[in-house]
Design a protein around this ligand. Structure first.
Ligand code: N01
Length: 531
């Protein structure tokens, strides 16, 4: 039996959250080790290597701000960074801050059990390695457990079966190939136009149409970059005051208080600007169905003007409220359906019955493919955590604790799971804010909490049951005032995974979240219990 490693802090995952947690806590003198399932750093940007993968947040914002030198020295080449460049950035950060020596790659954690007598977490890896640590930081990512739907016959397919979230490291040659893709979320919307350029034929299987805004991606404007860099701190501080911690220029106007012409002009301007700020065109798109319907109408008209075949255009027009599912950002998505080699199939009319050895069979037809791509998303927010057998006090399992949804306090801590913290967990702004900003805020909060404990000679901390219950209620009360939780099956609510409890998971509103965290910390970490 191998010797057990004894650590102050074990971090699970070496994406941007785990990397910063390692850097921060190590700098506080703690013995930290990161376990990472992949062979390199970067998390989501390590796994999602599908063609066209890029960030939908501006490069100058989707980056760390904890080091002024780092943010000054790194130059992004495009407005929205492509996956290889973000991965290169992650590697640069790992080298620059000497992180690799404390990361163990190719290692999946299978068990984490809290021992109440020893007041330590005991862990086990897939390879049978054992370790123990006073604190566990779950930096497992919100979109890291990929979802493979339970299609009958999926193992029979003789061609190449790929998932966008587990893409191979070597390039895939689509040239002259018959390709099928299931799903039309962000991953599909980014990859379809690129694959269509090479494939002999591309068949897209759509169950739910999604709203997508053009990216208008472009080489980085060096003048703009210089302007931001000359005042980076203020730029970041300003963005942190925004609802989603993004520089999205939110409107103070209601869509219902302007004339039709004015509304059209505002939408047109936002459309030409591109990207996620479209949702900030008016201040009530997320809360008022009538206002939301005006944005839907605008985008439907855009889709119909881009797509030649009126039936295909109609099929591509989403029937849900805009924003209910994560808004997509694309380059040439809708126009791709004008290409002769691209076909769109409606799974609502003719659902998939099974995967065959040559392709797939729907209710009405059979298809043959060389390559079949599952762009079917993730068991978001909770999937990666529940994949580990986590047991807290009294041997309580996380799956039991979360049987009705992910109970938590601040998206950081859970009752009966002492000294275990999540970064961008369910209950935090996470995926509905700039992830990089949220990651740094969470890690800083946890680091300060650990220092507080050290100063007070406390060894154990966890959320108390009341704080947890009230927090979940608050997260849902806020979501219920919006259209985010209504009118579609989104991964925000777990509705994309059969059998998963349906509950809105992200906390809406980054600034108010931070305000609450700061108040709680100033009040001696109200809602946490120390032993
Ligand atoms: O996954 P998704 P994704 N039969 O869940 C369909 C982030 N991201 O990987 O909607 C048939 O959005 C499913 O259909 P339906 C971003 O936050 C960011 O694309 O459930 N179809 C849907 O069309 C994003 O939101 C970036 O009816 C099935 C698709 O598969 C998140 O990751 C880029 C099915 C899944 O879409 C997830 O995006 C990429 C079934 N059984 C991703 N099961 C950027 O930064 C699922 N589907 C730009």
């Amino acid at each position: 039996m191998s010797r057990k490693k004894r650590l102050d802090v074990v971090v699970v995952g070496a994406g941007f959250a785990g990397m910063y947690a390692l850097h921060k806590l190590r700098s506080r003198g703690l013995k930290v080790l990161v376990y990472e399932a992949g062979s390199g750093v970067g998390g989501t940007w390590y796994w999602n290597r599908y063609p066209g993968a890029r960030c939908d947040v501006n490069s100058l914002e989707y980056s760390y701000q904890f080091s002024e030198e780092l943010q000054q020295e790194w130059n992004w080449s495009e407005r929205y960074s492509p996956q290889p460049e973000i991965l290169a950035y992650a590697n640069h950060v790992a080298d620059r801050f000497d992180l690799i020596k404390d990361i163990q790659f190719d290692t999946k954690i299978t068990k984490l059990n809290f021992n109440e007598d020893k007041r330590l977490w005991f862990g086990l890896t897939e390879q049978g390695e054992k370790f123990c640590a006073q604190f566990c930081i779950m930096a497992t990512g919100c979109l890291s457990k990929h979802n493979i739907p339970n299609f009958e016959g999926i193992d029979n397919f003789q061609g190449e079966l790929l998932h966008t979230g587990q893409w191979p490291h070597q390039p895939i040659n689509f040239s002259g190939k018959k390709v099928g893709i299931i799903g039309t979320g962000s991953s599909a919307i980014q990859s379809i136009p690129i694959i269509a350029k090479d494939a002999a034929q591309l068949t897209v299987f759509q169950r739910t149409a999604t709203f997508s805004i053009p990216a208008y991606n472009a080489p980085m404007d060096r003048g703009y970059e210089q302007q931001i860099k000359s005042n980076y701190k203020e730029f970041r501080a300003h963005n942190s005051q925004r609802y989603a911690a993004l520089n999205n220029n939110p409107s103070h106007l209601s869509a219902m208080e302007v004339s039709e012409e004015e509304r059209e002009a505002i939408y047109e301007e936002r459309w030409l600007e591109g990207g996620l700020p479209f949702l900030a065109s008016f201040n009530d798109l997320g809360i008022n169905e009538e206002a939301n319907a005006t944005a839907i109408d605008f985008i439907h008209r855009k889709i119909k003007s881009a797509v030649d075949d009126p039936d295909i255009a109609e099929l591509l027009c989403p029937k849900t409220v805009i924003g209910c599912k994560r808004l997509c950002v694309d380059t040439n998505y809708y126009k791709t359906f004008n290409l002769e080699n691209v076909v769109l199939k409606n799974l609502n009319r003719s659902p998939i019955q099974r995967i065959t050895d040559k392709g797939l069979k729907t209710k009405d037809a059979e298809y043959e493919f060389d390559i079949l791509i599952l762009a079917t998303g993730f068991d978001a927010m909770t999937g990666a955590l529940l994949a580990i057998d986590i047991r807290g006090r009294s041997n309580k399992t996380l799956s039991e604790h979360w049987k009705d949804g992910p109970a938590n306090y601040l998206g950081l801590s859970m009752n009966r799971f002492p000294n275990l913290f999540m970064i961008t967990g369910p209950g935090s702004p996470s995926v509905l804010a700039n992830m990089m900003v949220g990651i740094e805020q969470h890690v800083d909060f946890i680091a300060d909490l650990l220092s507080f404990m050290q100063n007070k000679d406390k060894l154990q901390v966890e959320a108390n049951a009341d704080a947890e219950e009230n927090w979940v209620r608050l997260v849902n009360r806020i979501a219920d005032q919006t259209l985010f939780s209504k009118g579609c099956n989104s991964w925000y609510t777990g509705a994309n995974i059969p059998g998963k409890p349906k509950i809105f998971m992200p906390y809406l509103g980054y600034p108010s979240y931070v305000e609450k965290c700061n108040e709680i910390a100033a009040d001696g970490y109200r809602g946490f219990e120390f032993f």
